[in-house]
Design a binder for this molecule. Structure first.
Ligand SMILES: NC(=O)c1ccc[n+]([C@@H]2O[C@H](COP(=O)([O-])OP(=O)(O)OC[C@H]3O[C@@H](n4cnc5c(N)ncnc54)[C@H](OP(=O)(O)O)[C@@H]3O)[C@@H](O)[C@H]2O)c1
Length: 289
Protein backbone atom coordinates (compact mmCIF):
# COMPACT_ATOMS: atom_id res chain seq x y z
CA UNK A 1 0.00 0.00 0.00
CA UNK A 2 1.27 3.48 -0.83
CA UNK A 3 2.44 5.40 2.23
CA UNK A 4 0.20 8.37 3.10
CA UNK A 5 2.15 11.59 3.18
CA UNK A 6 0.66 14.21 5.43
CA UNK A 7 1.81 17.81 5.23
CA UNK A 8 1.05 19.84 8.36
CA UNK A 9 1.21 23.64 8.27
CA UNK A 10 1.38 25.68 11.46
CA UNK A 11 3.16 22.61 12.84
CA UNK A 12 4.57 24.46 15.86
CA UNK A 13 1.12 25.54 17.12
CA UNK A 14 -0.63 23.72 19.95
CA UNK A 15 -2.84 21.72 17.56
CA UNK A 16 -0.18 21.31 14.86
CA UNK A 17 2.30 19.78 17.34
CA UNK A 18 -0.15 17.07 18.39
CA UNK A 19 -1.20 16.35 14.80
CA UNK A 20 2.45 15.79 13.93
CA UNK A 21 3.07 13.64 17.01
CA UNK A 22 -0.03 11.47 16.60
CA UNK A 23 0.23 11.08 12.83
CA UNK A 24 3.89 10.14 12.75
CA UNK A 25 3.29 6.56 13.94
CA UNK A 26 1.42 5.49 10.80
CA UNK A 27 2.11 8.18 8.21
CA UNK A 28 4.99 9.97 6.61
CA UNK A 29 4.69 13.48 8.02
CA UNK A 30 6.11 16.72 6.67
CA UNK A 31 5.87 19.23 9.54
CA UNK A 32 6.20 22.86 8.50
CA UNK A 33 6.00 25.55 11.16
CA UNK A 34 5.79 29.22 10.30
CA UNK A 35 9.60 29.40 10.07
CA UNK A 36 9.61 26.75 7.32
CA UNK A 37 6.43 27.84 5.49
CA UNK A 38 4.55 31.12 5.72
CA UNK A 39 1.12 30.11 4.43
CA UNK A 40 0.37 33.67 3.31
CA UNK A 41 3.15 33.37 0.70
CA UNK A 42 1.40 31.77 -2.29
CA UNK A 43 4.61 30.92 -4.15
CA UNK A 44 6.10 29.28 -1.06
CA UNK A 45 2.90 27.29 -0.46
CA UNK A 46 2.85 26.07 -4.06
CA UNK A 47 6.56 25.18 -3.91
CA UNK A 48 6.17 23.21 -0.66
CA UNK A 49 3.09 21.30 -1.78
CA UNK A 50 4.42 20.45 -5.23
CA UNK A 51 7.79 19.41 -3.76
CA UNK A 52 6.32 17.01 -1.18
CA UNK A 53 3.21 15.96 -3.18
CA UNK A 54 1.29 15.05 0.00
CA UNK A 55 -1.85 12.89 0.04
CA UNK A 56 -3.33 15.23 2.62
CA UNK A 57 -2.65 18.72 3.96
CA UNK A 58 -3.82 19.63 7.45
CA UNK A 59 -3.76 23.38 7.97
CA UNK A 60 -2.87 24.07 11.59
CA UNK A 61 -1.78 27.63 10.78
CA UNK A 62 -4.00 30.53 11.79
CA UNK A 63 -3.80 33.90 13.46
CA UNK A 64 -5.67 33.01 16.65
CA UNK A 65 -5.25 36.27 18.57
CA UNK A 66 -8.95 37.24 18.63
CA UNK A 67 -8.37 40.80 19.83
CA UNK A 68 -5.37 41.24 17.55
CA UNK A 69 -7.54 40.24 14.57
CA UNK A 70 -10.09 42.87 15.56
CA UNK A 71 -7.42 45.56 15.42
CA UNK A 72 -5.83 44.36 12.17
CA UNK A 73 -8.49 42.85 9.88
CA UNK A 74 -6.19 42.82 6.83
CA UNK A 75 -3.69 40.62 8.62
CA UNK A 76 -6.52 38.43 9.96
CA UNK A 77 -7.98 37.79 6.49
CA UNK A 78 -4.52 37.23 5.01
CA UNK A 79 -3.62 34.54 7.57
CA UNK A 80 -7.04 32.95 8.06
CA UNK A 81 -8.62 33.13 4.60
CA UNK A 82 -6.26 34.16 1.77
CA UNK A 83 -3.70 31.61 2.98
CA UNK A 84 -6.36 28.88 2.83
CA UNK A 85 -7.02 29.89 -0.76
CA UNK A 86 -3.31 29.36 -1.51
CA UNK A 87 -3.40 25.94 0.17
CA UNK A 88 -6.57 24.90 -1.68
CA UNK A 89 -5.04 25.88 -5.04
CA UNK A 90 -1.83 24.00 -4.30
CA UNK A 91 -3.76 20.92 -3.09
CA UNK A 92 -5.82 20.93 -6.29
CA UNK A 93 -2.61 20.95 -8.32
CA UNK A 94 -1.32 17.70 -6.77
CA UNK A 95 -4.66 16.03 -5.91
CA UNK A 96 -4.16 16.41 -2.15
CA UNK A 97 -7.07 16.51 0.29
CA UNK A 98 -7.22 19.67 2.41
CA UNK A 99 -8.32 19.69 6.04
CA UNK A 100 -9.08 23.16 7.40
CA UNK A 101 -9.65 23.78 11.11
CA UNK A 102 -12.31 26.32 12.04
CA UNK A 103 -14.05 27.68 15.07
CA UNK A 104 -17.26 28.15 17.06
CA UNK A 105 -16.67 31.90 16.63
CA UNK A 106 -18.42 31.69 13.23
CA UNK A 107 -21.65 31.75 15.31
CA UNK A 108 -23.16 34.70 17.21
CA UNK A 109 -24.22 32.82 20.36
CA UNK A 110 -27.79 34.11 20.26
CA UNK A 111 -30.60 31.73 21.27
CA UNK A 112 -32.36 29.76 18.49
CA UNK A 113 -35.79 30.63 17.04
CA UNK A 114 -37.48 28.96 20.06
CA UNK A 115 -35.59 31.26 22.45
CA UNK A 116 -33.46 28.41 23.79
CA UNK A 117 -29.72 27.87 23.67
CA UNK A 118 -28.98 24.57 21.95
CA UNK A 119 -25.66 23.34 20.60
CA UNK A 120 -25.04 24.47 17.04
CA UNK A 121 -25.40 21.86 14.30
CA UNK A 122 -23.38 22.21 11.10
CA UNK A 123 -26.39 23.60 9.21
CA UNK A 124 -27.20 26.48 11.61
CA UNK A 125 -26.72 29.93 10.04
CA UNK A 126 -23.36 31.56 10.77
CA UNK A 127 -23.04 35.17 11.94
CA UNK A 128 -19.61 35.97 13.38
CA UNK A 129 -19.43 38.72 15.99
CA UNK A 130 -15.78 39.54 15.43
CA UNK A 131 -13.12 39.79 12.72
CA UNK A 132 -11.43 36.56 13.82
CA UNK A 133 -14.70 34.62 13.33
CA UNK A 134 -15.42 36.35 10.02
CA UNK A 135 -11.91 35.64 8.72
CA UNK A 136 -12.18 31.98 9.77
CA UNK A 137 -15.56 31.74 8.03
CA UNK A 138 -13.95 33.14 4.88
CA UNK A 139 -11.28 30.45 5.34
CA UNK A 140 -13.98 27.75 5.37
CA UNK A 141 -15.23 29.02 2.02
CA UNK A 142 -11.70 29.30 0.64
CA UNK A 143 -11.01 25.67 1.54
CA UNK A 144 -13.51 24.65 -1.16
CA UNK A 145 -16.35 22.14 -1.36
CA UNK A 146 -14.14 19.04 -1.37
CA UNK A 147 -12.21 19.96 1.78
CA UNK A 148 -12.88 18.73 5.30
CA UNK A 149 -13.68 21.71 7.55
CA UNK A 150 -13.47 20.77 11.22
CA UNK A 151 -15.06 23.29 13.58
CA UNK A 152 -14.09 22.99 17.21
CA UNK A 153 -14.17 25.03 20.44
CA UNK A 154 -11.98 25.99 23.44
CA UNK A 155 -8.96 23.84 22.63
CA UNK A 156 -7.15 22.39 25.63
CA UNK A 157 -3.43 21.67 25.40
CA UNK A 158 -2.16 18.17 24.70
CA UNK A 159 1.41 18.76 25.84
CA UNK A 160 1.41 21.72 28.21
CA UNK A 161 -0.38 22.84 31.37
CA UNK A 162 -3.09 24.76 29.46
CA UNK A 163 -6.19 25.97 31.25
CA UNK A 164 -6.46 22.88 33.48
CA UNK A 165 -2.85 23.38 34.63
CA UNK A 166 -3.39 27.08 35.26
CA UNK A 167 -6.45 26.37 37.42
CA UNK A 168 -4.49 23.68 39.33
CA UNK A 169 -1.69 26.18 39.96
CA UNK A 170 -4.13 28.86 41.16
CA UNK A 171 -5.84 26.39 43.51
CA UNK A 172 -2.46 25.28 44.89
CA UNK A 173 -1.10 28.82 45.35
CA UNK A 174 -3.23 29.64 48.41
CA UNK A 175 -6.61 28.89 49.99
CA UNK A 176 -8.41 31.81 48.39
CA UNK A 177 -11.03 32.16 45.70
CA UNK A 178 -10.18 31.52 42.06
CA UNK A 179 -12.17 33.71 39.70
CA UNK A 180 -13.18 32.28 36.34
CA UNK A 181 -15.58 33.43 33.66
CA UNK A 182 -19.09 32.10 34.18
CA UNK A 183 -20.96 33.94 31.45
CA UNK A 184 -19.65 32.20 28.35
CA UNK A 185 -20.35 28.56 27.57
CA UNK A 186 -19.01 26.18 24.95
CA UNK A 187 -17.48 22.70 24.71
CA UNK A 188 -14.00 22.48 26.24
CA UNK A 189 -12.26 20.24 23.71
CA UNK A 190 -9.08 18.36 24.42
CA UNK A 191 -6.59 18.29 21.56
CA UNK A 192 -5.60 14.76 22.52
CA UNK A 193 -9.18 13.66 21.72
CA UNK A 194 -9.67 15.91 18.70
CA UNK A 195 -6.59 14.84 16.73
CA UNK A 196 -7.44 11.14 16.17
CA UNK A 197 -10.85 12.21 14.83
CA UNK A 198 -9.23 14.86 12.64
CA UNK A 199 -6.87 12.25 11.20
CA UNK A 200 -9.68 9.78 10.57
CA UNK A 201 -11.80 12.42 8.79
CA UNK A 202 -8.71 13.30 6.75
CA UNK A 203 -8.14 9.65 5.77
CA UNK A 204 -11.84 9.33 4.84
CA UNK A 205 -11.62 12.54 2.78
CA UNK A 206 -14.93 13.68 4.26
CA UNK A 207 -16.17 16.73 2.33
CA UNK A 208 -17.86 19.62 4.16
CA UNK A 209 -18.17 20.99 7.66
CA UNK A 210 -18.01 18.65 10.67
CA UNK A 211 -18.28 19.75 14.31
CA UNK A 212 -15.74 17.92 16.49
CA UNK A 213 -15.91 18.60 20.24
CA UNK A 214 -15.79 16.74 23.52
CA UNK A 215 -19.26 15.98 24.88
CA UNK A 216 -20.86 18.41 27.33
CA UNK A 217 -21.24 22.18 27.64
CA UNK A 218 -19.54 24.27 30.33
CA UNK A 219 -18.34 27.71 31.32
CA UNK A 220 -14.74 28.17 32.45
CA UNK A 221 -16.05 28.39 36.03
CA UNK A 222 -17.85 25.05 35.67
CA UNK A 223 -14.69 23.50 34.23
CA UNK A 224 -12.75 25.03 37.13
CA UNK A 225 -15.03 23.26 39.62
CA UNK A 226 -14.34 19.96 37.86
CA UNK A 227 -10.61 20.59 38.24
CA UNK A 228 -11.11 21.44 41.93
CA UNK A 229 -12.98 18.18 42.54
CA UNK A 230 -10.23 16.22 40.78
CA UNK A 231 -7.44 17.75 42.89
CA UNK A 232 -9.44 17.41 46.13
CA UNK A 233 -9.95 21.17 46.61
CA UNK A 234 -13.24 22.78 47.64
CA UNK A 235 -15.12 23.48 44.39
CA UNK A 236 -16.77 26.49 46.06
CA UNK A 237 -13.41 28.24 45.88
CA UNK A 238 -14.14 28.70 42.17
CA UNK A 239 -16.05 31.96 41.83
CA UNK A 240 -17.89 32.67 38.58
CA UNK A 241 -17.35 36.21 37.33
CA UNK A 242 -18.63 37.94 34.24
CA UNK A 243 -16.50 39.38 31.47
CA UNK A 244 -17.58 42.87 32.63
CA UNK A 245 -16.08 42.16 36.10
CA UNK A 246 -12.65 41.61 34.59
CA UNK A 247 -12.07 45.14 33.38
CA UNK A 248 -12.67 47.33 30.36
CA UNK A 249 -14.25 45.67 27.33
CA UNK A 250 -11.81 43.86 25.07
CA UNK A 251 -11.64 44.91 21.40
CA UNK A 252 -13.47 41.82 20.10
CA UNK A 253 -16.95 40.69 21.16
CA UNK A 254 -17.26 36.98 21.92
CA UNK A 255 -20.36 34.77 21.64
CA UNK A 256 -21.88 34.00 25.05
CA UNK A 257 -22.90 30.52 23.94
CA UNK A 258 -21.01 28.65 21.24
CA UNK A 259 -21.40 24.95 22.02
CA UNK A 260 -21.26 22.73 18.95
CA UNK A 261 -23.40 19.64 18.37
CA UNK A 262 -21.45 16.45 17.64
CA UNK A 263 -24.40 14.65 15.97
CA UNK A 264 -22.94 15.18 12.48
CA UNK A 265 -19.83 13.24 13.49
CA UNK A 266 -21.95 10.36 14.80
CA UNK A 267 -23.91 10.32 11.50
CA UNK A 268 -20.57 9.78 9.76
CA UNK A 269 -20.16 6.61 11.85
CA UNK A 270 -17.70 7.99 14.39
CA UNK A 271 -18.19 7.18 18.08
CA UNK A 272 -19.04 10.16 20.31
CA UNK A 273 -16.07 11.92 21.87
CA UNK A 274 -15.69 11.38 25.62
CA UNK A 275 -17.27 13.91 27.99
CA UNK A 276 -14.97 16.82 28.82
CA UNK A 277 -15.30 15.87 32.51
CA UNK A 278 -13.41 12.63 31.79
CA UNK A 279 -10.83 14.55 29.77
CA UNK A 280 -10.38 17.01 32.68
CA UNK A 281 -9.75 14.07 35.03
CA UNK A 282 -7.23 12.53 32.62
CA UNK A 283 -5.45 15.87 32.20
CA UNK A 284 -5.19 16.40 35.97
CA UNK A 285 -3.71 12.89 36.26
CA UNK A 286 -1.21 13.61 33.45
CA UNK A 287 -0.13 16.92 34.98
CA UNK A 288 0.32 15.32 38.40
CA UNK A 289 2.60 12.75 36.72
N1 LIG B 1 -7.34 27.61 20.46
C1 LIG B 1 -8.66 27.44 20.45
O1 LIG B 1 -9.32 27.48 21.49
C2 LIG B 1 -9.37 27.18 19.17
C3 LIG B 1 -10.77 27.02 19.18
C4 LIG B 1 -11.42 26.76 17.99
C5 LIG B 1 -10.71 26.64 16.80
N2 LIG B 1 -9.36 26.83 16.80
C6 LIG B 1 -8.63 26.71 15.52
O2 LIG B 1 -7.70 25.64 15.66
C7 LIG B 1 -6.58 25.87 14.84
C8 LIG B 1 -5.30 25.68 15.64
O3 LIG B 1 -5.29 26.63 16.69
P1 LIG B 1 -4.20 26.57 17.84
O4 LIG B 1 -4.93 26.70 19.12
O5 LIG B 1 -3.27 25.42 17.64
O6 LIG B 1 -3.45 27.95 17.56
P2 LIG B 1 -1.94 28.35 17.79
O7 LIG B 1 -1.34 27.59 18.92
O8 LIG B 1 -1.94 29.83 17.79
O9 LIG B 1 -1.24 27.80 16.47
C9 LIG B 1 -1.35 28.45 15.23
C10 LIG B 1 -0.01 28.33 14.56
O10 LIG B 1 -0.12 28.97 13.27
C11 LIG B 1 1.07 29.68 13.08
N3 LIG B 1 0.90 30.72 12.07
C12 LIG B 1 0.31 31.93 12.19
N4 LIG B 1 0.40 32.60 11.03
C13 LIG B 1 1.07 31.80 10.18
C14 LIG B 1 1.50 31.94 8.85
N5 LIG B 1 1.27 33.06 8.14
N6 LIG B 1 2.18 30.91 8.27
C15 LIG B 1 2.44 29.79 8.96
N7 LIG B 1 2.06 29.60 10.23
C16 LIG B 1 1.39 30.60 10.83
C17 LIG B 1 1.39 30.26 14.44
O11 LIG B 1 2.74 30.66 14.48
P3 LIG B 1 3.17 31.90 15.43
O12 LIG B 1 2.89 31.44 16.82
O13 LIG B 1 4.58 32.08 15.09
O14 LIG B 1 2.28 33.05 15.03
C18 LIG B 1 1.09 29.06 15.33
O15 LIG B 1 2.23 28.22 15.44
C19 LIG B 1 -6.76 27.27 14.25
O16 LIG B 1 -7.30 27.15 12.95
C20 LIG B 1 -7.80 27.91 15.17
O17 LIG B 1 -8.55 28.89 14.47
C21 LIG B 1 -8.67 27.09 17.96
Amino acid sequence: MQQVTLLVTGAAGQLGREVVRAASAARQVVALGRAELDVTDSAAVRAAVTAHRPTTVINGAAWTDVDGCELDPDRAYLANATAVDHLADACAEVGAHLVQVSTDFVFDGEPGPDGRFTPYGEDRPTNPLNVYGASKLAGEVAAGDGATVVRTTWLQSADGPGMVGRIMADLAADDGAVELLGDRRACPTFIVDLVPVLLRLADERVAGVVHVVNEGVASWAEMGRMVAVEVGADPNRIVAVSEADLGPPRPARRPAYSALDGAGLRRLGHPPMRHHRDAVAATVARLRG
